[in-house]
Design a binder for this molecule. Structure first.
Ligand code: FMN
Length: 266
């Protein structure tokens, strides 16, 4: 009996046993991890959707603290736009369309020539979502556009709300970037954001004039916003991405359509 003990010990520690146990543990762990990922995915997606809705409501000035975000968002129409023509395109689940993901697929996007790539994004998707708020009579009250482009250290992702003239800013809010806290993240500060409502994107001739200046904006300027102290480059990134997305290569054709609709209604 006593002579069999060392033999048993050896067989438990054998290379075969170690491999079997290691394999077993890794299989169980990978099953647990993939089950957790699958089970949590719908909740993660719902959270992302809620977050996006909250930001859109916020920039549209329709957010009410404590109110149900999903119910508030029902007053906003999510549509998909063909950026080249400015026309609406039918899509089964417009809310699920991600223009940044689509911009990485050559079949769904175009390369932006470097001379036109002022937002520094290299490619843009052919389609993009827009969020439309209407008056009770059905006229466009405001449109909210997803906008993004390079800051100094990171890509800045946000939403720009415009009046039905397609030219007057109602609000600009970023929801994701990695600019420096205390410097570039000044783009999130309420005082800086408060300068945007009322600014005109272009002049009467349609030339882009919106500008984040270095230093202080000229008093009563319809186009200028103060620069961010110590963060000139982040501010310039904001200016360029707003100019790109509201220009002819971005939502320009769509904004033209909205403008015509407003003129016909008015
Ligand atoms: C640690 C560090 C972080 C910085 N972060 C930013 C930033 O987030 N955005 C920015 O525009 N400039 C940032 N800068 C400053 C730029 O490097 C650059 O000097 C500046 O934008 C130049 O313009 P200004 O000083 O007139 O604003 C940072 C500099 C340092 C040293």
């Amino acid at each position: 009996m006593s002579s069999s003990e060392p033999t048993k010990q050896r067989s438990r520690d054998s290379l075969g046993n170690v491999i079997v146990v290691a394999l077993g543990v890794s299989i169980v762990c990978s099953i647990l991890v993939s089950t957790a990922a699958t089970v949590l995915k719908p909740r993660q997606e719902a959270n992302e959707e809620r977050f996006r809705q909250t930001i859109v409501l916020n920039v549209a000035n329709l957010y009410e603290p404590g109110a149900d975000v999903g119910s508030l968002f029902e007053q906003i129409e999510t549509r998909i736009v063909d950026l080249e023509t400015g026309d609406y395109v039918d899509m089964d689940e417009p809310a699920a369309f991600d223009p940044v993901v689509a911009s990485r697929d050559p079949a769904q996007s175009i390369a932006i020539p470097p001379s036109e790539d002022i937002a520094g994004i290299k490619r843009r998707s052919n389609l993009a979502p827009v969020y439309v708020v209407r008056t009770p009579t059905g006229a466009v009250e405001q449109v909210i556009l997803p906008v993004y482009g390079k800051g100094l250290w990171s890509t800045l992702y946000g939403f720009l709300a415009l009046e039905p003239d397609g030219n007057t800013v109602r609000g600009l809010q970023f929801y994701e970037h990695a600019e420096t806290p205390g410097l570039g993240d000044g783009i999130d500060k309420p005082a800086w954001r408060a300068q945007w409502p009322g600014k005109q994107l272009t002049d009467a001739a349609g030339e882009p004039r919106i500008e984040v200046v270095r230093g202080m904006a000229a008093p009563d300027s319809p186009h200028q916003v103060d620069g961010l102290s110590g963060a000139t480059l982040t501010g310039r990134g904001v200016m360029n991405l707003v100019r790109y997305w509201t220009g002819a290569e971005g939502f320009g054709p769509y904004l033209e359509r909205i403008r015509e609709e407003a003129e016909n209604n008015g």
